[in-house]
Ligand binder design. Structure first.
Ligand code: GH3
Ligand code: MG
Ligand code: MG
Length: 342
C-alpha cells in the first residue's frame, strides 16, 4: 500500500519505472526490444505471463508471430496461424481497445500495440484481478513506448522504395540464423537444412530504365515487391538486397517445395501485365540454408545458381544443390563473380 506522506516510497516506484524505460529504449534489435518489454511488464505489474504478438499478413491481419513471451505455452518464434479462432484477439484489433477475458483464477487482457493508428501487434498478459486494476494505465503507457521504439527500429530495417526488409535486416537475419558458434560444426543438426534461401535478379532491368525512364523502373520494382508479398507465405521473409535484386528466406521449406513455389512466382512475374512493357522476367537462384555455413558461402551458393540461369537464357529458377550434383557448377573458389558481402 502506498503511504502518501512517505517521501521515499514514491521515489522507489518511479526508479523502477525509469529503469524499465532505460532498458526498453536502449534496445537496438526488434527481438531484444520485445524481450525487454515483456520483462518490464512482468516486473512492474506482477503479470503472471506476458506475450507479444506481431501481426503478419498485409490484409486483414490473419496471423501473428510470437516475438517474446514468458508463457511456456507460447514460445517465441511460434506462429498463431489463425486469429479468427480467438475472439479476444480479433476484437482487440478491430476496436483498438484492450479486451479482458475472465479465466479461472485470473484475467487475461489483450492490449493493442498501435503504430500510426494501426494495430501492428498485441500484448497479451495474465494477472490476478487486483493486480490488473492497479496497473492497467502503466501497461497502456508502456505499450505506447514500446510501439514508438518498435516503429523506429522497424523503419531502419525497411527499404524506402518497396517497404521490404533492407540489407541491414538481411545482415541481422544471417548473423542470427548462421550464428558463429565454435560448437556448431561438431553438432549433427548443424547439417540439417532449416529452409531455403533464394536470390532474385530482374532480367535486363537496365533496358527498362533506358527505354522507360528511371521513375518507371522504380514502379516496376514496387510492383515486383508487391507480387512477392502476395506470392510467399506469412512466415517467409522478403528483402530488397540491392537495386533490382531481392532475397526470400523460405522457412522450414525443403528444396523441392521451394522450387515449386519459386517457379510459380517466376511464371506470375512473366505473365504480369506491366503497363508499358511487353514482359518482365526474373532469374532466380536458390540453395538450402544449412546452419553450418557462413553467410558468405550461403549467398555465394544462391548466387552461383542465379548466374548459371543468367548465362543459360534467364527467366528460370535453378538450385545450387541440383547443379552441384550434376557437376555443372565449379567449386566455390571458382565462383562466377566476386561480390562484396555488406
Ligand atoms: P541482367 O539480366 O544481367 O540482370 O541485366 P540487368 O540490366 O538487369 O543488370 P544490371 O545489373 O547491369 O543492371 C541493373 C540496373 O538496375 C542498373 C541500375 O541502373 C538499375 N537500378 C539499381 N537500383 C535502381 C533503383 O532503385 N531504381 C531504378 N529505376 N533502377 C535501379
Ligand atoms: Mg543485378
Ligand atoms: Mg538484373
Amino acid at each position: 500500500m502506498i503511504v502518501p506522506n512517505d517521501p521515499y516510497l514514491p521515489l522507489s516506484i518511479d526508479q523502477q519505472l525509469l529503469d524499465a524505460l532505460v532498458n526498453i529504449t536502449s534496445q537496438r534489435e526488434l527481438e531484444s526490444l520485445a524481450v525487454s518489454f515483456v520483462e518490464s511488464i512482468t516486473k512492474l505489474t506482477n503479470a503472471s505471463t506476458a506475450s507479444i504478438y506481431l501481426l503478419c499478413g498485409e490484409l486483414g491481419h490473419v496471423s501473428a508471430k510470437i516475438v517474446a513471451s514468458n508463457n511456456p505455452y507460447e514460445p517465441a518464434g511460434a506462429y498463431i496461424s489463425s486469429l479468427e479462432s480467438r475472439n479476444e484477439l480479433r476484437e482487440c484489433i478491430d476496436t483498438q481497445n484492450s479486451i479482458s477475458v475472465d479465466l479461472k483464477n485470473a484475467q487475461r487482457t489483450v492490449y493493442p500495440i498501435l503504430e500510426k493508428n494501426n494495430v501492428t501487434g498485441l500484448l497479451v498478459c495474465e494477472h490476478v484481478h487486483k493486480d490488473l486494476i492497479q496497473h492497467d494505465k502503466i501497461i497502456m503507457s508502456l505499450s505506447s513506448i514500446y510501439a514508438n521504439q518498435h516503429s523506429l527500429l522497424n523503419y531502419q530495417q525497411r527499404d524506402g522504395l518497396t517497404g521490404l526488409y533492407n540489407r541491414v535486416a538481411l545482415q541481422n537475419w544471417l548473423s542470427k540464423a548462421l550464428k558463429i558458434d565454435s560448437a556448431k560444426d561438431r553438432r549433427a543438426d548443424a547439417e540439417i537444412p532449416v529452409g531455403c534461401f533464394a536470390i532474385f535478379d530482374i532480367d535486363y532491368f537496365k533496358r527498362i530504365n533506358d527505354s522507360q525512364g528511371h521513375l518507371y523502373g522504380d514502379e516496376v520494382l514496387v510492383i515486383f515487391a508487391e507480387i512477392m508479398r502476395e506470392s510467399f507465405r506469412y512466415n517467409d521473409q522478403l528483402f530488397r538486397y540491392g537495386g533490382e535484386e531481392f532475397v526470400a528466406v523460405l522457412s522450414e521449406t525443403d528444396l523441392d517445395t521451394a522450387l515449386t513455389v519459386l517457379e510459380r512466382f517466376r511464371t506470375t512475374i512473366s505473365q504480369h501485365n506491366f503497363s508499358r512493357l511487353n514482359q518482365v522476367t526474373v532469374t532466380i537462384g536458390v540453395t538450402e540454408i544449412v546452419p553450418r555455413l557462413d553467410a558468405g558461402t550461403l549467398i555465394e551458393h544462391a548466387d552461383q545458381a542465379l548466374y548459371y540461369g543468367k548465362n543459360h537464357g534467364r527467366n528460370q529458377v535453378n538450385a545450387y544443390e541440383w547443379l552441384k550434383q550434376g557437376h555443372i557448377l565449379q567449386s566455390t573458389s571458382e565462383s562466377p563473380h566476386n561480390f562484396k558481402l555488406f
